[in-house]
Design a binder for this molecule. Structure first.
Ligand code: NIG
Ligand code: FE
Length: 412
């Protein structure tokens, strides 16, 4: 099956597959081919070039993209989208002046979601998560990471990860799975007991059943210390789970240092980093992944994206889709927030949500750019004048036609 998209106003990130994520000033110069065509064969990007589409054989299907842009699908490298219920009451509590940490201390927060998940069947969890995946596909997400972390018992953590496995088998986009047993300490355990359980019981069970690619820890004051995080990460590594961490969200927790020391694939959040953390990241392959929807929703200080980019780091963006701090998986909105609140340019933010996010999810050879040989997960926008229009028109869904593995999923 061949698909030809022609008369494209701008083909975004049409380039050879970069050999590393785009760092610092390279994020400013997003490659865009004007007046282009894109030829897809058997689900794979076959070729692209300038119009007229010389040398392209006849396609089974031709789409006219006059006035429109074609993007590689977004990669969302950080979500918690398997969850039960919702937490809008805490949202109102915060409006009325309570803090996020305060709510957590009173048994709300992650423990509230854990209680709900423990009472929800695997089938119900699957159905609600499936809907969320389909929802984010319509806003341009073409690969996704999903974490456990609302189970907090071996039984419930495994239940969530089985839901993730079932999603991976049934949704039309790549799914990667992360074990986040160390997300909070459940009320009925001491921290020593719980850390021991994560290490001795949960990690071996998760790995034996092949249920996760990565191991995450919420390294934060009141949650898991740098030492506990190291112990958990090291056990994960022993069992073949690479680390990616929640670091420096609420305080300078030492999470970035632990991540870099263990070659974490990414350290995520980073609302509270200083020069020391930025310097460490510069000398590492760990990708700083920023989650501006969480900072926005919790009305917190935003990560210093500009400083990181000026330091030459390969910043990535993700949604953090979860019921407590970011009840959205809408990447165009995340891009708009990155531009408006962190002063990233549209080019930098789009690079951060595509190729750099693909590196943060280790799927850069398959996704993240329009490069021959990659999986044809792309979307066509509504007509728009420039890519800057995407974050400018925040709140509108400009993703018109979604193409996954060369098949039209929606629109067209
Ligand atoms: O990434 N910070 C830790 N975990 C999630 C939110 C957890 C929750 O409030 O449910 C996050 O923001
Ligand atoms: Fe998160």
């Amino acid at each position: 099956m061949d698909l030809l998209i022609e008369n494209i106003r701008g083909l975004v990130l049409a380039t050879d597959n970069p050999s590393q994520p785009l760092c610092g000033s390279a994020m400013r110069q997003i490659p865009i081919l004007k007046e282009a065509y894109l030829f897809i064969r058997d689900g794979i990007i076959y070729s692209y070039g300038n119009m007229p589409n010389k040398g392209v054989e006849r396609a089974d299907r031709v789409i006219d993209a006059t006035g429109k842009f074609v993007f590689p699908s977004f990669v969302d490298s950080h979500t918690h989208l398997v969850f039960a219920g919702s937490r809008e009451n805490e949202f109102v509590d915060r409006i009325n002046g309570l803090g996020y940490a305060e709510i957590a201390r009173k048994g709300g927060g992650i423990l509230n979601s854990a209680k709900l998940i423990q009472q929800t069947s695997e089938q119900q969890l699957y159905e609600s998560a499936l809907q969320r995946v389909y929802e984010v596909i319509t806003t341009g997400t073409g690969a996704i990471e999903i974490k456990s972390g609302y189970g907090l018992t071996t039984r419930d953590e495994l239940k969530i990860l089985r839901v993730v496995r079932r999603l991976r088998e049934n949704v039309p986009i790549p799914v990667k799975s992360t074990f986040l047993g160390a997300h909070a300490i459940p009320g009925n355990s001491t921290r020593e007991e719980y850390v021991k359980k994560v290490i001795d019981e949960m990690i071996p069970a998760v790995a034996d059943q092949g249920l996760a690619d990565y191991c995450d820890v919420f390294c934060e004051e009141g949650f898991f210390s740098p030492l506990e995080t190291s112990m958990i990460v090291e056990q994960g590594l022993k069992y073949g789970l690479k680390p990616r961490l929640h670091a420096n969200q609420l305080s300078r927790s030492g999470g970035v240092q632990v991540g870099v020391q263990h070659n974490a694939i990414s350290v995520d959040h980073l609302e509270t980093v200083g020069d020391e953390e930025i310097e460490m990241l510069k000398n590492s392959s760990t990708i700083p992944t920023l989650l501006p929807a969480a900072a926005f929703f919790l009305d917190m200080h935003f990560p210093p994206a500009k400083r990181m980019i000026e330091a030459g780091l390969p910043v990535a963006l993700a949604s953090d889709y979860n019921p407590g701090s970011s009840p959205t998986g809408n990447i165009p909105l995340v891009i708009a927030l990155a531009c408006i609140k962190m002063k990233m340019t549209p080019s930098e933010a789009i690079v951060a949500a595509t190729i750099n996010a693909a590196w943060a999810l280790e799927c850069h050879n398959e996704l993240g750019t329009i490069s021959p040989g990659k999986r044809a997960n792309v979307f066509i926008t509504k007509p728009m004048p420039t890519i800057n229009y995407l974050p400018y028109a925040f709140g509108s869904n400009l993703v018109e036609t979604v193409i996954l593995k060369g098949q039209i999923f929606r629109g067209g």
